[in-house]
Design a binder for this molecule. Sequence first.
Ligand code: ADQ
Length: 468
Amino acid sequence: MVSNRVAAPDPSGKGAAGGLAVAVREAFQTQGGLWFGWSGKVTAEPDAHPKIIDKQRVQYALMDLRPIDRQEYYNGFANRALWPTMHYRSGLSEFSRADLAGYLRVNRTFANALARLLQPDDLVWVHDYHLIPLAAELRALGAPNPIGYFHHIPWPAPEVFGTLPGSRELLRAVADYDLVGVQIEQDANNLRRGLVQELGAVQRSADLLAVGGRRIRVKSFPIGIDVKGFRQAAERVGPNRIVEQVLTSLGTRKLIIGVDRLDYSKGIPERMQAFERFLVSNPDQRGLITFLQIAPKTRGDVPEYATLSRAVNQTLGRINGGLGEPGWVPIHYVTSTYPRPVLARLCRLARIGLVTPMRDGMNLVAKEYIAAQDAADPGVLILSKFAGAAQQLTDALIVNPSDKFEVAQAIREGLHMSRDERVSRWEVMFRRLGEQDVTWWAATYVRDLAASKLTNSTHRPRRMSRCT
Ligand code: ADQ
């Protein structure tokens, strides 16, 4: 497994809790392996060889980065150019040639270090947009292994992706993988269309393309969650200060919950405005509902995130100042990271899960909210039609996150929905989650990657050269 950040074991043995970390750990359950990537540390003279930590069936291989690498590869090209473009926000994309060069350089450094650890019969599974060129670099070093890539965020239409300088070279690098997994069918179609239009790939069957003498499979594998684990966490969490505080401050009020990294793709200010719209249109509900938005800060070094943080604080202040009353604050906003059982419990307490990203590859919070509910009295999920999860959780109240009136109307509908309707909608969604959980996701992907060995038996070495 290769990912930008590696969730190395912590001394308490608990490990990291994020979506990718849980999913990757799950994939190691069926077969042990090596997990390679950035340690998260920045040093002036990083070792060219990774630091190796052995823990049970998994060997962790951790690379440090130089400050300039972090700036150009991570903050720059990955998070200021690729991330907004992939989320259909070309207007926010800040491209610099130096950042692209840094991105390619770090991928090459990683490939050089990884190639020394590879065994001929290893399957290599690369994760996410930071590492698109990794297969091309490994191929240039002669790696014959099946190499797969899973793209956790949306893959936009070629007309959008094509706005990014260097996008054509990235598509060429994609073609060096054997299997490319994306979240939903729409992403797969977008990528296939890009490969055909830009590189002249020929579609051999629904998901198989021939390009540059190789065969590449592009397929959707919707990522799942550990449904049982999250559910048990929600049911069994012991006494906890945060949960008690929420319960005390709620009293008899109903809770609406939002949980997101503080990111402009998640639609947090827009969601607050929709809640404001709901309170303005339904004055009888004032004082009876509390909206808790949990949004830990990420990517603090990227200017667009500081701008977003200010926008959220302004929106929050305006709404709470304008509509709040002594003894009632409409929106509670916290930026802490919570242990998973606490998060699970808070989801279970909420009558509405408000998950309204402007664009999202999947959105695991939508799934976690469903997993956490009480089967006898579940809450209502309000879900953006632009989250990948909306393709599976069709019994949620599906909304356009830009339409504040529509979201406000869905909040009203959710609060008034009968218990029978809530139960029947929830049952369908919960069943679907169980059918395609994280174990299914990892096992299906690994099976298809192993099968791709037969499709590309020889690999011609080539490497991305632009800007290096
Ligand atoms: P993210 O953009 O990070 O993931 P998401 O899918 O919602 O978005 O996953 C976030 C994870 O972090 C969830 O498991 C959530 O519970 C956890 N989390 C969020 N806030 C937290 C807090 N305050 N405390 C503790 N945990 C918190 C990217 C893509 C998504 C895709 C995933 C997985 O952007 O579209 O679903 O990868 O593929």
